[in-house]
Design a binder for this molecule. Structure first.
Ligand code: ROI
Length: 166
């Protein structure tokens, strides 16, 4: 084992539309920042957005967090899933139905990862205003591996009702 592991910058997407979404996002931010091997670098504003997918569910609150981490992508994913579970995430029911907390690894350094349970950059990132706009707020100069400049992705993605929460 190397005695020092180089930290990578990773971006995490946070979303919630059940059980006091703003509080869910704030609690998740603290839980992520408290993980061993994780340091918070930046946190976007909170955004409200109409649901993508089935419309008979509440609006979402979304945000993006930048971290420096020495965790591997798979270990980070496991930690994020543990936080989702501890905040009452129920993994059955309708696909694309409401959720108390959704934590996605959007980007992990420059890496492109294709595992059965983990695809990075996150699937659909280029079509999701609720991911691109908060990401752009904290990392306007970013290039998304395989997809190009974030600024250009934002320009090509309508806001779809996304609003920054004051
Ligand atoms: N829609 C919005 N607006 N925000 C989300 O975070 C979100 N997450 C999801 C689905 C159900 C696809 N829709 C969403 O997983």
């Amino acid at each position: 084992m190397p005695s020092e592991v180089r930290a990578q910058t990773a971006y995490i997407g946070l979303g919630s539309n059940l059980e006091q979404p703003v509080e869910q996002i704030k609690a998740a931010r603290l839980a992520i920042a408290a993980l061993d091997g994780v340091q918070e670098l930046a946190f976007s504003s909170l955004y409200r957005s109409p649901p993508m997918g089935p419309q008979d569910q509440p609006d979402y609150v979304n945000a993006v967090m930048a971290i420096a981490t020495t965790l591997t992508p798979e270990k980070l994913l496991a930690c994020l899933q543990a936080i989702e579970n501890s905040q009452g995430r129920v993994r059955k029911g309708l696909r694309w139905g409401g959720r108390t907390l959704d934590l996605d690894i959007l980007l992990y350094g420059e890496r492109q990862i294709r595992l059965p349970h983990l695809i990075v950059p996150h699937v659909g990132i280029a079509e999701r205003a609720f991911v691109l706009y908060p990401l752009f707020e904290i990392a306007p100069e970013l290039t998304v591996p395989g997809l190009g400049r974030l600024a250009e992705l934002v320009d090509n993605c309508p806001r779809d009702g996304l609003e920054r929460i004051a």
